[in-house]
Write a protein that binds this ligand. Structure first.
Ligand SMILES: COc1ccc2nc(C(=O)O)sc2c1
Length: 240
């Protein structure tokens, strides 16, 4: 997979060259480049924004720099990710879908956003996905881009050293939150590891872990539980 990220704060994205994405690049799984949108400006102030047409507070990102940047970076058929509070919700399912793409171009907006015509023009030759991390507003798309790129790239085959761990994560195939985890020592400040985890009985351990995942999901994210045939969210008994 190739990922190109465009921002007026390219240093914000340098973290992508550390930890997981950095390792993936060494493995040849991921080719990532960060670009400064101002490289596609032509005035001496390197302006990327202007006042909103129709009035209103703040500034809007001009179409011309974005248009030229995307012409240079996004081949026909690439996927353009635009983090925005007005986007569809970014979920693990969306991350899985995007991990199958060949080329992602991520446009990090600032100010009040990017001139809509950039998205409309891009949709003529790119898959455009406007995505939001959640129901809150950041100051720009960079933080959301970091989260989305990590969530997508860690799903690339061979990316994670232990692929098995992917299967048991929160928001995994069963849609439940992950069960609580423990390690040594067996007793710590008067807190004991649950006895079942020390039993060596793998079937009991698996059942306990599933029950804990259901309990956590029921308590914290009942919206993730499968709906019952009556169309209501199934509420399963909390596990002691
Ligand atoms: C202007 O660009 C922005 C501003 C806020 C914002 N908030 C996001 C979020 O996912 O919460 S993405 C994003 C992009």
């Amino acid at each position: 997979m190739r990922v190109d990220v465009v921002s007026i704060f390219p240093d914000y994205l340098r973290a992508l060259e550390l930890s997981l994405p950095g390792r993936a690049r060494e493995k040849g799984l991921l080719d990532l480049a960060v670009h400064d949108l101002r490289d596609w400006t032509h005035d001496r102030h390197r302006a990327v924004d202007d006042t909103p047409t129709g009035g209103g507070a703040g500034m809007v990102m001009k179409p011309q720099p974005w248009g030229e940047a995307l012409d240079a970076l996004a081949p026909d058929g690439a996927t353009l990710l635009v983090p925005t509070p007005a986007g569809e919700r970014f979920t693990q399912r969306v991350a899985e879908e995007l991990s199958a793409r060949e080329h992602l171009v991520v446009a990090c907006g600032r100010y009040e956003g990017i001139d809509q015509r950039v998205l409309d023009e891009s949709a003529r030759r790119l898959e455009v996905r406007e995505l939001s991390l959640g129901d809150y507003v950041l100051n720009g798309g960079e933080v959301a881009a970091l989260a989305m790129i990590e969530a997508v790239c860690r799903l690339l085959p061979g990316f994670m050293g232990n692929a098995e761990s992917l299967a048991e994560e929160s928001h995994g195939a069963d849609g439940l939150l992950e069960y609580p985890v423990y390690t040594r020592p067996a007793a710590w400040r008067g807190h004991e590891v649950p006895e079942v985890l020390l039993s060596g009985d793998h079937a009991r351990i698996a059942a306990w872990r599933h029950a804990q995942a259901v309990r956590r999901t029921t308590l914290r994210r009942p919206d993730l539980l499968p709906a019952t045939t009556t169309g209501e969210t199934e509420v399963r008994p909390a596990v002691a």
